[in-house]
Unconditional design. Structure first.
Length: 205
């Protein structure tokens, strides 16, 4: 499938990546397939739960990025892939998979998808969603406490110990690889409209 458009959506935790992804899905429905880098966290069946909670999940080495790269290559060539499923409540992959069909548009979402050169090279459009740090940490706290059953203390400790330093070391520097920097994500209606028109143009050609 040479007419596949692969769009990478990166940015720090809580920046609004998923809002942009969801708006694309809502607009183009069955013409879009989405792959989340978060689902490619490495398995740690060898470690007890307490040890898994202490791992640095914001470092590039915590992901099985080679598997994601291969899955994108397969999708581009017209093959269906089965993405792993990660469960944040147990800090490990499950035995489930998610079926992702090849499509005219593939969206890849994740905080570190621009850090790896080979992964970047799979993307036709690279978008970095840039939102101020105060907004991002507040969104992360609400998400992790309300949706993932975490305590406020654990979320803040993780943010200070790994999320913030890894953002500064890996995520923010990868912004330079973006084709488009989208300030405020899904709330940036001008940038969003330009992106939607580009996708529509590709689907209709």
């Amino acid at each position: 499938m040479n007419d596949v458009l692969i769009i990478g959506i990166a940015g720090g935790t809580g920046c609004g990546k998923t809002t942009v992804t969801n708006k694309i899905k809502e607009m183009f429905k069955d013409n879009v397939s989405v792959v989340y880098h978060d689902n490619y966290y490495k398995r740690h069946d060898d470690l007890p739960y307490e040890e898994r909670t202490k791992l640095n999940y914001d470092h590039p080495d915590s992901f099985d990025t080679d598997m994601l790269i291969q899955d994108l290559k397969d999708l581009r060539s017209g093959k269906t892939v089965y993405c792993p499923v990660y469960d944040y409540t147990i800090h490990n992959r499950t035995d489930e998979t998610v079926k992702v069909k090849p499509n005219k548009v593939i969206v890849v979402e994740g905080i570190l998808i621009f850090d790896n050169e080979e992964l970047r090279n799979q993307m036709d459009i690279k978008i970095f969603v840039d939102t101020d740090a105060d907004t991002r940490i507040l969104r992360r706290i609400l998400r992790d406490v309300e949706e993932r059953g975490r305590t406020l203390t654990s979320v803040i400790n993780q943010y200070m110990d790994t999320v913030k330093p890894m953002h500064e070391q890996y995520v923010q520097p990868s912004r330079k690889y973006a084709d488009i920097v989208m300030l405020e994500g899904g709330h940036n209606l001008v940038a969003l409209d330009m992106l939607m028109n580009k996708i529509k143009e590709h689907i209709l050609k």
